[in-house]
Design a protein around this ligand. Sequence first.
Ligand code: HEM
Ligand code: HEM
Length: 332
Amino acid sequence: MKFEFKPGLALLACLLAPLSAANAATGGEPIQPIAPARVASPATAELGKMLFFDPRLSKSGFISCNSCHNLSMGGSDNLKSSIGHGWQKGPINAPTVLNSRFNLAQFWDGRAADLKAQAGGPIANPGEMAYSHELAVNTLKTIPGYRGAFKKAFGSDEVTIDRVTQAIATFEETLVTPDSRFDKWLKGDKKALTADELAGYKLFKDSGCVACHNGPAVGGNSYQKMGVVEPYKASSPAEGRVAVTGQDADRFNFKVPTLRNVELTYPYFHDGAANTLPEAVDTMGRVQLGRKFSAEENARIVAFLKTLTGKQPQFAMPILPPSADATPRPKP
Ligand code: HEM
Ligand code: HEM
């Protein structure tokens, strides 16, 4: 018999081995329902919500976290790459902030250990909000209406970047999307999915997607090579995890994105090159698994992916306290 080495399949076997152990512990399914948010400190989350929506944390006075992570649109901006200060186009697609608390680390290359470490990044990033931590803190200090919110959250009205990032991270912890139709099915409501959606889930499992997209967030818990079987020609210069580890083996390794709410978070991949789910599923099949799905198979997988859209966070729009005369005005 001719021996044929199939790197994709060998890798998949390695990836699936620990997964089957995990399966045994979680009732057999590689994906688990997302639990609703537990809000440890409502006052801190409330302050974080205000800061998430406050464009005065940017130099232009125009860009807030919500500009690029629009919570009315799945926590992303639906652009190939985001537009930041002075209409600058960024190098990489903005991932959703929904369910980001489940990520093993933040950013495509995992360079921020957690949400708090991440939140300081965009404020001072010249291509995003283009401010500095000091300027952001000084701006907040000039707004009298924030004092009470900081006091309620932290026991004193002192404004520090540490408190700002802590509050934003606490708010982000609440941005989970439970009760998708798929979660209802997982919890025993066997009528929650149609036959096509169920067939799509079976394909998603049997063809090996679950090797990388598993757990409650259906991803977010490992770094994997983009282009396991076939090289992926990215339209972004980003090289992934190697930027953090310096290890050549980590070149083009990216954090596996969550597939929760994926229906809402187009375009797809770190370079935002895939505009639609059928395109993204086709690419994944080819470059990660060496498999060409038929139109029918593709449509079934897409139908399954759309059952992952959960209950979106609902809250009253925060009304932000007015600027004082001393509050810096927008700068170009
Ligand atoms: C990544 C939150 C502002 C664009 C992220 C991530 C989080 C986040 C949690 C990581 C998600 C993941 O890895 O799955 C925030 C917060 C902001 C903010 C709290 C306000 C302080 C912005 C703005 C822009 C933006 C204003 C656009 C100008 C991006 C992009 C990434 C990202 C492009 C991916 C960067 C990379 O992985 O290298 N953001 N964001 N963000 N955000 Fe934001
Ligand atoms: C990205 C689906 C198999 C690792 C994605 C995305 C989708 C998807 C829709 C885009 C998500 C987004 O950008 O928000 C699937 C399906 C699969 C599959 C349907 C089975 C056919 C795999 C496998 C691996 C993997 C087996 C690991 C070997 C990744 C990685 C990304 C990704 C690393 C991000 C790549 C980048 O942006 O450069 N997947 N996936 N996927 N998936 Fe998969």
